[in-house]
Design a binder for this molecule. Structure first.
Ligand SMILES: NC(=O)c1ccc[n+]([C@@H]2O[C@H](COP(=O)([O-])OP(=O)(O)OC[C@H]3O[C@@H](n4cnc5c(N)ncnc54)[C@H](OP(=O)(O)O)[C@@H]3O)[C@@H](O)[C@H]2O)c1
Length: 294
């Protein structure tokens, strides 16, 4: 399939690579050209503007945040003006509910289709084509995209016909991950201060009642105090918790744990941790407990 791919960060580079490997004709665009050029040798065509990547049946965006997606879509050389009638924009970035609604309306007005397909899984999972995809949009468009989803993920869950519902599923999921990282951080600080080896502690937890991948991944990172290089940087985590809180406020749903985690991520960043993984909540909990940190 002719597919455009916009946004070659930690996630996007790995996803685009898997689309190429699966035999799709991929045109890539990235703000920093070097990351696009790096995929040339693997068979990607390189676009100089987002519009040039929007000439096939599907264009996928995997960008950092709302501002980046807005620019790629609505700017003069953006994809809205270039995508042909009937073509599909698949947004995989984690964005706000408000922007997802705006994208659905703008693409519909232009005779195009918008699918929200945010993903669960870190860059390692993206590289291994093991992402989980939460997709929402018109059934016909999801069917068109299914071969692309199959090339990058281990399973696609179709949430609903309205794209915004997948956006909200992603935000609520990332809130839950953040809440678990926070709880793990506090539990590890408590046991570490009492002299219990963090690796032994996490080994115990994740082989008994807490065997889920999220406890294994983040428990391992916190026990090893391995917060760099960031697989998912603290500012991106802060963005997602803020977006979950905005969605919650719009629906009058109090989320006190999200408010606390928001403040803790902000603290990590304010104390110089903007380049650290969001699991650096573990470092903050240790520091707050008076423990030495790496
Ligand atoms: N990392 C994870 O574990 C993970 C998991 C699931 C979902 N996500 C979501 O996936 C998305 C991408 O995450 P990532 O980890 O790949 O982020 P990343 O490594 O920081 O990459 C961000 C991408 O967005 C581009 N970008 C940022 N600001 C821009 C702007 N103003 N204009 C144009 N391009 C801009 C960057 O271009 P440059 O190369 O020029 O900087 C880069 O291509 C985010 O929405 C994130 O929340 C991440």
């Amino acid at each position: 399939m002719q597919v455009g791919f916009i946004g070659l960060g930690n996630m996007g580079s790995a996803i685009a690579r898997n689309l190429i490997k699966a035999g799709h004709a991929v045109t890539v665009y990235n703000r920093t050209l070097a990351k696009a050029e790096a995929l040339k040798g693997e068979g990607a065509a390189v676009a100089r503007r987002p519009a040039e990547a929007a000439r096939g049946a599907v264009v996928i965006t995997m960008l950092a945040d709302d501002a980046a997606v807005e620019a790629a879509v609505f700017d003069a050389d953006g994809i809205l003006g270039a995508l042909s009638s009937g073509a599909v924009h698949v947004s995989m970035s984690t964005i706000s509910v408000a922007l997802s609604q705006r994208l659905a309306a703008a693409h519909a007005k232009a005779g195009q289709t918008y699918v929200a397909a945010p993903v669960f899984g870190r860059p390692e999972a993206a590289a291994a084509a093991k992402l989980f995809i939460a997709a929402a949009g018109p059934a016909k468009a999801i069917a068109t995209c299914q071969p692309l989803f199959d090339a990058i993920g281990q399973r696609t869950f179709v949430i609903a016909e309205e794209p915004v519902k997948a956006t909200l599923v992603k935000l609520s999921g990332n809130f839950l991950i953040a809440a678990i990282i926070e709880s793990l951080s506090e539990a590890v600080a408590l046991t570490r201060k009492a002299g219990i080896d963090p690796k032994t502690y996490i080994e115990f937890l994740t082989n008994t009642l807490f065997a889920a991948p999220i406890f294994k991944t983040y428990g391992g990172l916190i026990a090893a105090e391995q917060y760099s290089p960031a697989g998912f940087a603290a500012p991106l985590g802060l963005k997602d918790v803020r977006l979950a809180l905005a969605a919650a406020e719009a629906q009058q749903v109090p989320m006190p744990i999200a408010s606390l985690v928001r403040d803790h991520l902000l603290t990590v960043i304010a104390q110089g941790g903007a380049d650290l993984d969001w699991s650096a909540l573990g470092q903050l909990a240790a520091r707050n407990a008076g423990l030495p940190v790496k």
